[in-house]
Design a protein around this ligand. Structure first.
Ligand SMILES: Cc1cc2nc3c(=O)[nH]c(=O)nc-3n(C[C@H](O)[C@H](O)[C@H](O)COP(=O)(O)OP(=O)(O)OC[C@H]3O[C@@H](n4cnc5c(N)ncnc54)[C@H](O)[C@@H]3O)c2cc1C
Length: 415
């Protein structure tokens, strides 16, 4: 029987970062996953460390935008009709959180995390020998319509208030940054304080390798076996049971599988997303991830090729993939980006773990002893993995947290 100070359940970017932070603070830690580290949602994202995030994605308000989604013509979103009754209460809550006042509140509450996201990644990358994956070139959003660009005025003003460096560009300015784009747009915004990685899987694996170098152990097991035994947490693994004083749930979109049977029923839903890789056309390429803002997808240069990631699909996490958004957007994406031959036949699919207020849960599980929650990182799990890993490690070790964790507590749903 292995005995550790802490067991971290889930070895995505969030769990790997937590395990590494705990090991750095001298705790004995087991990191348990049902599969390989980094092979869940953290495998397939767009690789953007979105330090510039201020306002979360809003629920569409215009009749035209809603109808486009409803009629399944939108490039940025898709849904499964049979799933709508299930997700309707969450969507209503999401819409309530889309008022500009709530979104500005979000910007203020989340700023400590986003402001520290890149420095925390850099610290771990340096320690883990993973700096070769980091590209400090910001990211670029391009706008096909003047109106959608002008609608960002509030966000840009807020960014200036927060001191976030960004350039509002005309078409030529954006083309100077990314000459391989076709001039299919009118404006761009260059978010300079963000960064990106060329291989999200390799980054998670590097953090896990650093964790094991510090004495941590990685085990294969099913987190749903977690239970109390002799006053400690016990989880069954292929290498036998592990008993721990503390247990940390970092299961991303799968957290509910463990927590609901334990009567910890927090309102998590998923926004599914897909990616496909393309070889660059000829010598053309991109220097940084580029978002086609009007159509709601991103193309990011990765080691595997140009990775095209889609927006949100509202469907059961485990329902078979329905990557119809590619059919809707590929003609326009091919016209804008230098996308050559498609690399794989089938798209990858992942599920962003999302609460309706777009904030993760970070902190102690309500009413439980030594059970910690760190999941629900939505569109920003790669960005926030290391910084939330640090925060929860500080809470677990009774150190002074670098920021006030109260806004991220699970009790915001149970009060
Ligand atoms: C298309 C797309 C693009 C994205 N782009 C970005 C981006 O550019 N920047 C950004 O910051 N974020 C982005 N995200 C979001 C980001 O990828 C996620 O927020 C993040 O990966 C969540 O990490 P996680 O560690 O919480 O979850 P995961 O990576 O899913 O890790 C959870 C782990 O739990 C394990 N697990 C599940 N069930 C069990 C069980 N029963 N027992 C044991 N282990 C179990 C899984 O195997 C998995 O390894 C994107 C997401 C998608 C889908």
């Amino acid at each position: 029987m292995a005995r550790t100070d802490a067991v971290v359940l889930g070895a995505g970017i969030v769990g790997a970062s937590i395990a590494l932070h705990l090991a750095r603070r001298g705790l004995s830690v087991a990191l348990v996953d049902k599969g390989g580290p980094g092979e869940g949602t953290s495998y397939g994202n767009a690789g953007v460390i979105e330090a510039n995030t201020l306002l979360p994605h809003p629920f569409p308000t215009s009749f035209g935008a809603i109808m486009k989604v409803a009629l399944k013509r939108a490039t940025e979103a898709n849904y499964h009709l049979a799933f709508l009754p299930h997700i309707a209460p969450w969507l209503l809550d999401y819409r309530a959180n889309s008022s500009i006042e709530r979104r500005i509140r979000y910007a203020n509450l989340m700023r400590p995390l986003f402001a520290n996201a890149l420095p925390e990644h850099e610290t771990l990358m340096q320690e883990a020998g993973a700096t070769q994956y980091l590209r400090k070139e910001g990211w670029l959003k391009v706008y096909r319509n003047k109106a959608t660009f002008e609608a960002t005025a509030r966000e840009r003003a807020l960014a200036s208030e927060f001191g976030l460096p960004h350039d509002a560009l005309d078409r030529d300015g954006a083309l100077a940054l990314e000459p391989a784009l076709a001039p299919q747009f009118v404006n761009g915004i260059y978010w300079k304080s963000s960064a990106s990685v060329t291989n999200p899987l390799a980054v998670t694996r590097a953090y896990v390798a650093r964790f094991t170098a510090l004495g941590g152990v990685v085990l294969t097991g099913d987190a749903r076996t977690l239970h109390r035994a002799n006053g400690r947490w016990r989880v069954e693994t292929d290498e036998g049971p592990v008993d721990s004083r503390e247990a940390v749930v970092a299961l991303g979109p799968w957290a509910t599988d463990l927590l609901k049977p334990m009567d910890i029923d927090l309102p998590l839903e998923v926004k599914r997303g897909y990616h496909l890789h393309f070889r660059p056309r000829g010598n053309a390429g991109l220097t940084r991830p580029v978002v086609d803002a009007d159509l709601g997808y991103c193309v990011a240069p990765m080691e595997q090729g140009l990775r095209l990631t889609t927006g949100a699909e509202f469907a059961d996490r485990d329902a078979p993939p329905t990557p119809v958004q590619f059919d809707r957007l590929l003609p326009q994406a091919r016209a804008l980006f230098p996308l050559g031959e498609q690399v794989e036949a089938q798209p990858w699919m992942g599920s962003r773990p999302c609460f309706a207020d777009s904030m993760p849960v970070i902190g102690r599980a309500p009413g439980k002893t030594d059970l910690w929650l760190c999941y629900g990182h939505a569109h920003w799990g790669l960005t926030l993995g290391p910084v939330t890993g640090r925060l929860i490690a500080e809470m677990i070790t009774n150190a002074t947290p670098f920021c006030d964790p109260a806004p991220y507590a699970a009790e915001r749903f149970t009060r």
